[in-house]
Design a protein around this ligand. Structure first.
Ligand code: GCB
Length: 594
């Protein structure tokens, strides 16, 4: 699905701003057909935003179930004759959409967009009422999974609580923009791009495939950074060859060269910014444009006070400024696909991205704090073929949305599933096969959980890069960095020896409450966090085949309330307000160019 763009043939309206909003506390909205009239008990709610931190009552913040958003929009008179599309960038976690009295779309999956042609339901020059019902419930057949549990209420009634198996707050709402946009009757529907770059020859190639709707001629032009055409082709599929290519090279906005692929079908013109680069795994190395790439960076979160999980250009620009300041070259979109805008920015800024599905928490026995009894994960009634169907759909939607981004160099199909269970292999085989079929050009990974070692893991054989989350010194060997160092190195050597594949450390770190100091260092202090991270990087650097590290986490972030969280997870190298803790200066030294 192509992101909305203003072009000579398309006109976009972002419907950001204040919408009417109401909680559906008694599950009355659908029966009462709330889309037909102004919402009962409405109050203003900003879009994009999570609603959870904009209310003052715990029962609203922690509401389990549906909420309703509504607004009117004047459809421009000038749109007569065009197709009109309604698009939602992210409705967490599922949504149903009405235009006036007609249901036009529904979608499950809170981190990927959906759109629908509403031409027959709107009249140019008149208002249209848009109503979106948002449901935040997670179940064992959703990605990520969760469980709605009964809880006692003071009045003797039974209430509901959302349990989940992942470690970030279950924010909900219209997290990214809602759009109305036009496109001509005959138009470009989707564009697939794969590129290669030959460093020795300095040449490149762009393989493209265009899916169209309606009759017309299809053609493409490639424009360089100055807007000068450098290649062109006719037809819906083909290859553009560049004798002398300027590659998309990670590093900075000066090295991340972008070309514009201008796709024309009939009267529709769609511009897609792409980068010419190649990615491969050879032996235990990860190569970008033929050169070994050492990952330095973070697992991150789309998370900020008040805004929750909403996309926010302000946060994005600050986050990328901090990545550049600290010398990071990459991040993982832990633990869900991030906003389109973030990947566009990574393309421009030369930051390498591992793009992850929202499949986190496929490990039902991991987190005792959920209150869900310990149990096997991959079994009928647990994480089973219904979850797998949602997971396969999540992979389809992720790759369809993100595959044109040069910054995205690898797909992470899941975070910390319980791959010690033999049934995990059966679960993941079709998921890996689908990802390879949809995108043969990028390496794949499934991020491994601590405690599942090379000898017991069942999926490392299926993937190209072994990604490990390891908390030696924190959850294991707590507080003892000497023992942690030995144990970490021993396990790394076994992974490297057994599989001969590159090993990337996708998580390691320690909570530190900003301003808490201790000498000698104790857990939770800034000094302990600094020492643990410095020790770990030392170990990674002396083990060939370890291709780098992503610290957990870039910044402090909100979680469910648990006794091992101090108003959220404090493993940030930066605070939630995006100010540095002590470890930030150490990492800046460690990651400085040699
Ligand atoms: C993990 C998870 C991450 C958590 C982190 C922690 O392994 O992947 O989502 O936030 O540990 O801090 O416990």
């Amino acid at each position: 699905m192509l992101p909305p763009r203003d072009t000579t043939s398309r006109d976009c309206r972002r419907l950001d701003g204040l919408w009417d909003f109401t909680f559906d506390l008694g599950d009355q909205g659908r029966e009462g057909q709330w889309w037909r009239a102004p919402l009962p008990g409405r109050r203003p709610m900003p879009v994009p935003s999570s609603y959870n931190d904009l209310v003052t009552e715990a029962f609203e913040r922690d509401h389990v179930g549906e909420v309703w958003y509504q607004r009117s929009v004047l459809v421009p008179a000038g749109w007569a004759g065009a197709r009109v599309v309604l698009r939602c960038d992210a409705v967490a976690h599922s949504g149903t959409v009405w235009v006036d009295d007609v249901e036009v779309a529904s979608h499950v999956g809170g981190y990927t967009p959906f759109e629908v042609d509403v031409t027959d339901h709107v009249t140019p020059g008149e208002d249209a009422r848009i109503t979106i019902c948002v449901d935040n419930r997670l179940a064992l057949d959703t990605i990520p999974p969760g469980l709605v549990q009964p809880v006692p209420r003071a009045d003797g009634a039974t209430g509901e609580r959302q349990a989940y198996f992942h470690d970030f707050f279950n924010y909900s709402g219209l997290h990214r923009s809602v759009w109305l946009y036009t496109r001509p009757e005959a138009h470009v529907e989707a564009v697939t791009v794969t590129t290669t770059y030959e460093p020795a020859a300095g040449s490149g190639a762009v393989d493209y495939a265009v899916r169209v709707s309606g009759a017309g001629e299809t053609s493409v032009r490639l424009l360089d950074g100055d807007g000068v055409p450098v290649a062109a082709a006719a037809g819906a599929r083909g290859q553009l060859v560049l004798e002398r290519a300027r590659p998309w090279q990670p590093g900075s906005r000066d090295t991340a060269h972008l070309y514009r692929l201008e796709v024309t079908h009939g009267g529709d013109v769609y511009p897609l910014d792409i980068g010419v680069r190649s990615v491969s795994v050879v032996g235990n190395q990860f190569l970008i444009n033929g050169k070994p790439f050492v990952f330095k960076g973070f697992g991150m979160h789309e998370d900020l006070a008040l805004r929750g999980k909403a996309h926010d250009d302000v946060r994005m620009v600050r986050d990328f400024a901090l990545l550049a300041w600290i010398g990071a070259n990459s991040f993982r979109t832990s633990h869900y696909p991030y906003a389109d805008e973030v990947l566009d920015h990574a393309d421009r800024e030369g930051i390498v991205v591992i793009s992850e599905t929202a499949a986190t928490g496929l490990h039902l026995s991991l987190n005792a704090m959920t209150g869900v009894p310990m149990q096997d994960t991959f079994k009928p009634g647990g994480i089973d073929e219904r979850t797998q169907a949602a997971h396969l759909q999540a992979v389809r939607e992720l790759i369809a949305r993100d595959a044109h981004h040069p910054s995205v160099v690898m797909w992470s199909l899941a975070n910390e599933p319980n791959t010690a269970e033999p049934a995990a292999r059966t679960y993941f085989e079709p998921i890996v096969a689908l990802a390879r079929e949809l995108d043969p050009s990028r390496p794949l990974t499934i991020v491994n959980v601590g405690g599942t070692e090379p000898e017991t893991d069942t999926v490392a054989e299926l993937v190209d890069v072994i990604c490990l989350n390891r908390y030696f010194g924190w959850y294991f060997r707590s507080g003892d960095l000497t023992a942690a160092e030995v144990t970490l190195e021993d396990e790394l050597r076994r992974w490297l020896g057994q599989y001969g594949k590159p090993v990337l450390i996708t998580e390691f770190g320690a909570d530190a409450v900003a301003g808490l100091h201790s000498l000698p260092p104790r857990m939770w202090s800034e000094e302990f966090q600094t020492d643990l991270i410095a020790m770990s990087v030392r170990v990674f650097r002396r083990n060939e085949g370890v291709i780098g590290e992503h610290v957990w986490n870039f910044a402090d972030f909100m979680t469910a309330e648990q006794y091992h969280r101090v108003v959220g997870n404090r493993k940030g190298v930066f605070t939630r307000e995006r100010e540095p803790k002590a470890v930030a200066f150490t990492l800046r030294d460690l990651w400085a160019p040699e």
